[in-house]
Design a protein around this ligand. Structure first.
Ligand SMILES: [Fe+2]
Length: 312
């Protein structure tokens, strides 16, 4: 256990490579700058940090806390809840993310941070796992790191939902899919991204990946599975059992996550605020590129992903 001297925050690590519980803070929009700086450094170090007992948060104060870390952005296709920057994750509306993924990688400037707040927690199950994708890269043998460094991959939100969610109700799934893919995005990212704040090399993969550029489909699948298997190794992950009022804050540039779909028909609802990120840069300095459509369309509400990069 370590205590940050500048603030009253207490940090307890959950594993050797990822995850910590942070105590001693009531989240909201009015935190002093030194507390915000400490929270930022803890999430960069531990990749995902957890806060218990934040039941006082609502859509507005959740978003206000997010603004201390950057600029909230809307989901590219799914409308926000209540006209705010709070993306609904709801077991009743297709929101079962039981695939390893990094949020919104089908656009170039995918979010830097995601902040997820538990509203309704099922009586059992519904845990979320996160993986440290910098640790996954570091755990590769040197020749495999060199191979990954030179690859690029296409990510898309237009993938086979039925295959990804074999147990889901098909009508509900069809409706969710229609909304989720109302604009079909294709983005080419480097497979290895250099983190803009920590300088770490990280694997940028997950379930939106379709193909390694310039590699035939079968070899492409083998390569994706090879690198992705290191992301999914238990040593690189942490698992969180939600309670109502919990908040998870993660570095969406250095993690993947997975929502375990094992709560049967019990309802599970969470709200997620995402903070704008910048366009990934590979080891060779090449940036990610949007292949389709020509530009990110304006969302129904608020700023699109990459808004702050475009303005810079
Ligand atoms: Fe997610």
């Amino acid at each position: 256990m370590t205590t940050a001297p500048a603030t009253s925050l207490t940090v307890t690590r959950l594993g050797g490579r990822i995850g910590a519980v942070v105590e001693g803070v009531r989240l909201g929009g009015g935190l002093p700058p030194e507390t915000v700086a400490a929270i930022r450094s803890h999430v960069l170090a531990h990749k995902v940090i957890f806060f218990r007992g934040q039941e006082h948060l609502d859509e507005e104060s959740h978003e206000a806390f997010g603004r201390l870390l950057g600029t909230p952005v809307a989901h590219p296709t799914v409308p926000s809840a209540d006209g705010r920057y709070a993306f609904p994750v709801d077991s009743e509306h297709g929101g079962r993310a039981n695939q390893w993924h990094t949020d919104v990688t089908f656009v170039p400037a995918h979010p830097a941070f995601s902040i997820l707040r538990a509203v309704t927690v099922p009586p059992y199950g519904g845990n979320t796992l996160w993986s440290n994708t910098a640790a996954a890269y570091a755990s590769l043998a040197e020749p495999l790191r060199a191979l990954a460094d030179g690859l690029r991959a296409v990510h898309s939100n237009d993938f086979d939902y039925a295959a990804a969610h074999p147990d889901a109700d098909s009508e509900q799934l069809a409706r969710y899919r229609e909304v989720f893919t109302s604009t079909k995005f294709r983005t080419e990212h480097p497979v290895v991204r250099v983190h803009p704040e920590t300088g770490e090399r990280i694997l940028l993969l997950g379930n939106f990946v379709q193909r390694i550029t310039g590699v035939p489909a079968k070899d492409s699948r083998l390569l994706i599975d090879l690198f992705q298997s290191h992301v999914e190794r238990p040593e690189n992950t942490v698992r969180w059992q939600w309670r109502t009022g919990d908040v998870a804050l993660w570095d969406n540039r250095a993690t993947q996550h997975y929502g375990v779909d094992d709560s049967d028909d019990h309802r599970r609802t969470l709200r997620r605020v995402t903070i704008d990120g910048d366009v990934p840069v590979g080891v060779d300095g090449r940036r990610s590129e949007l292949l389709k459509p020509e530009e990110i369309p304006a969302p129904a509400f608020g700023l699109p992903s990459g808004a702050t990069t475009a303005a810079a």
